[in-house]
Design a protein around this ligand. Sequence first.
Ligand code: NAD
Ligand code: UFG
Length: 358
Amino acid sequence: MEPLSKFAFNNNQRLMKPKILVTGGTGYIGSHTVVELQKSGFDVVIADNLCNSKKEIVDQIEKITGKRPKFEKVDLKNREQISQLFDKNTDIKGVIHFAAYKAVGESMQFPLMYYHNNLFSLINILQVMMKHNINNFVFSSSCTVYGNPDYLPVSEKAHVKPAISPYGNTKQMSEEIISDTVQTGNLRSISLRYFNPVGAHNSGLIGELPFGIPNNLVPFITQAAIGKRKILKVFGNDYQTPDGTCIRDYIHIEDLAKAHVAAIERLLKLKQKDDYEVFNLGTGKGYSVLEVIKAFEEATKIKLQYEFTERRPGDVPQVWADSSLANNELGWKAQKDLRDMMKSAWKWEKNLEAGKIF
Ligand code: NAD
Ligand code: UFG
């Protein structure tokens, strides 16, 4: 494998702006990561087929950073399109791969669609990378691989449990595909297992853009608060948790995005301890659904209407992260708290409603 550090960095280890391909870069996590990459001096090209995002996000990114990332409309299920992108951008030095379908419930309804998109996209991008001798790969994984963990906080050493949804299974299978590819000696990779990313960029210019009725708690809260949804349903209040509602480790999207910069730099600077590494990305703190509602109400002074309903099938009672490995090895730590998450999510929702974004 070619030691990439020789052209990624000069003798003083100052960044010389290598080009990074961000797949799914107009999506929620991808767009925030593009901002952080640009702020750190990286040159970015986005590949996205816009199946769950909008092209205008590129304009929004430019407004934040003052620099327009290159955008290529590419469907990663089509290997030829990826090949053409690499032929046009011969200076790509690493890939951060976000592009995937991500809705757990939808994946139960349309499993083949999920396996097709998430796995074909991954295999195609890896094959084209191998052909072009590009060795650095960061992958979006999920704490869903831990299922209902045996101990908390859950660390990377915990068992990967049988997946409860096709979506979760695509993450487990993807990690295995990456790990096997690393064994060939032609790839270095980091999988980042996200806990619950929420919130929006503090500028209010980019954020989560759920199409249709949101599945996730925080977008539902902000849409309910602005009047787009009638009443927030709290799925279950009879769990074995202090207030009976489920506990999750919510992490601010800007913190999460910064971890990707740390990960790609670790790869480019050849700082890995193993050619394949896995890191949890969370804050280490768990909050219940009721605590999130309270945090939103306190941060915005808006009272939410909610009701308790049946448990949602597939929800684990509680999960939060041991992120000490990422803290120690990536030199990264989540900085923002639940209030920051709620305030930024609300600012974004208000901007969307006011027509300031699209
Ligand atoms: P998102 O839907 O906002 O972004 C994904 C992007 O990928 C979208 O812009 C979509 O248009 C694009 N895309 C999908 N299939 C594509 C294809 N075949 N070709 C090209 N582009 C394609 O989702 P997100 O929340 O930003 O998630 C990004 C990644 O992080 C996903 O892999 C997701 O599974 C993972 N993840 C997300 C969460 C979360 O809570 N958001 C949690 C854990 C893991
Ligand atoms: N919840 C409600 N009402 C809602 C929505 C959610 O009470 O309207 C509850 C859920 O029951 C859960 C908590 O809020 O207890 C968080 O739910 P989310 O849907 O926001 O998040 P999940 O933990 O279920 O799932 C998220 C991502 C998945 C990913 C998983 C693990 O959406 O893609 O984290 O990484 F697989």
